[in-house]
Design a protein around this ligand. Structure first.
Ligand code: NAP
Length: 436
């Protein structure tokens, strides 16, 4: 029997489990670990709460999780409850599918001021990640600055702009909904250090900004390249730029019908976050493109702002003893191989890029490597060994059937029109699982 431990129960983790099942069928036993008592990683705490159809992919992971040779080992933190060397003693292969849960730092003066957040924290807050429950952002200012031109920046701007009614059908947590209800925002500035042709925003997500009840996007026509230049873009990127062009065409009197403006400020690199204890503004330098790179022009201006959310990408959490590539914010690896018997997959392997589906071929690829490296079945203790160790250490493991109890309780306590009301404290999850 081949024994595999997968650390992380998000898309990368479950696609790897699925690939291992396809490859070895009954000849493999897989334990999928998570530090939370609930599975699905970014599907639960990263994907926007108003994008429920994307979250539907968790049904596919559930099918994998419910098969006889896959177990969910929730509420176990690798690195403290159990170490990587201990896992390697027990399993033939250990696959790190730990994602990239930490914010990349801006590296600017003032980024530690109050009401300045990274997107991992801010998104985690409105998605009910236990680590960020206490964030309590202050939305009493009239302007928010969202830094970055990727899909996460779009998610954050949209969530800040929506009315309570527009969250019907979403699973945004009530603590976030209540704070968003107090918002006095009149302007959300999306800051891009490069131009419209360099955005990392996908068309569907960008188009959503054109259909908000109380907010209207604004693009300065002067920032847009000549239309002919769009022909050089990939089709998806061209569609995104078409949205920007349509936003630029919205007449001022139409825009003024909505109380919130979402302004795209292109060629604008943040230089400093200003304020005493709390953020009061962002100092920005106008840029121009040189060989596709943003180069400062020396023109400096200030955007007064009471809230800043930096959506500039993520990095993986290092694990003691596991080689780490600081500059890329991921484990040092050669196509998923880290050390003998130790692998990585998904964002932990390649950094925070691509869609959820990108993780599927990633999972198949790492399983192929495991097969090449260890063609023989091992003689490790696997799941039984893990059970013995958990008993010795008194670990309060949450299994998939326990998660189903948590899920059932979350569905039962949902607000009207919402699919669930997530538990946001680990203790409450454990209670709901009947494991207290
Ligand atoms: P991203 O797509 O890599 O975008 C990061 C943005 O931050 C870029 O515009 C980048 O500009 C900018 N940036 C980086 N460092 C900066 C700095 N120091 N100062 C100013 N700007 C800076 O990252 P993301 O938005 O976090 O998304 C991560 C991944 O999740 C992506 O693959 C994304 O597509 C995916 N995602 C998908 C969805 C969806 O499909 N609905 C939703 C959310 C996330 P440069 O280009 O100039 O570097």
């Amino acid at each position: 029997m081949r024994h595999i431990a997968i650390i992380g129960s998000g898309p990368a983790g479950y696609y790897t489990a699925e690939a291992a099942q396809k490859q070895w069928g009954d000849g493999v036993r897989i334990d999928v670990f998570d530090r939370l008592p609930v599975p699905y990683g970014l599907i639960r705490t990263g994907v926007a709460p108003d994008h429920q159809s994307i979250k539907g992919v968790s049904k596919r992971y559930e099918a994998v999780a419910l098969s006889d040779n896959v177990r969910f080992i929730g509420n176990v933190t690798v690195g403290s409850d159990i170490t990587i060397p201990e896992l390697q003693e027990l399993y033939d292969a250990v696959v790190l599918a730990t994602g990239a849960p930490h914010d990349k730092a801006l590296g600017l003066p003032g980024e530690d001021l109050a009401n300045v957040y990274g997107s991992a924290a801010f998104v985690g807050w409105y998605n009910g990640h236990p680590q960020f429950v206490t964030l309590d952002p202050d939305l009493s200012g009239s302007t928010a600055v969202v830094i970055g031109n990727g899909n996460v920046a779009l998610d954050v701007a949209r969530i800040l702009a929506k009315t309570r009614a527009e969250f019907t059908g979403s699973d945004i947590v009530t603590h976030a909904l209540d704070v968003l209800d107090t918002s006095q925002l009149e302007k959300i500035v999306i800051l891009g250090r490069r131009g419209p042709h360099q955005i990392a925003m996908t068309p569907k997500e960008l188009g959503e900004l054109g259909h908000l009840h109380r907010a209207c996007p604004r693009v300065d026509p002067a920032d847009l390249p000549e239309v002919d230049a769009d022909a050089l873009l990939e089709p998806g990127q061209r569609k995104s730029v078409n949205h920007l062009r349509s936003f630029a065409d919205i007449a001022a009197d139409v825009r003024s019908e909505k109380p919130i403006e979402i302004e795209f400020d292109f060629f604008a690199a943040p230089k400093a976050i200003l304020g005493q204890d709390k953020v009061a503004g962002v100092e920005v330098e106008r840029t121009r493109l040189e060989d596709g790179r943003a180069v400062g022009t020396g023109e400096i201006y200030t955007i007064p702002a009471g809230l800043v959310v930096a959506c500039i990408g993520y990095q993986t959490s290092p694990i003691p003893g596991v080689p780490f590539e600081e500059s890329a914010g991921r484990f040092a690896n050669d196509e998923g191989r880290i050390l003998p018997g130790l692998y990585c997959v998904g964002w932990a392997r390649r950094g925070p890029s691509g869609t959820i589906g990108t993780n599927r071929p990633d999972g198949f690829s790492v399983v192929e490597k495991i097969g090449e490296d260890q063609p023989e079945h091992g003689s490790k203790a696997g799941c039984n060994g893990m059970d013995r160790l958990a008993l010795e250490r008194g670990l309060k493991i949450v299994r998939f059937r326990d998660w189903k109890k948590i899920e059932e309780a979350e569905i039962q306590r949902a607000r009207e029109g919402a699919p669930r009301e997530k538990f946001v404290h680990v203790d409450h999850m454990i209670d709901a699982a009947g494991k207290a």
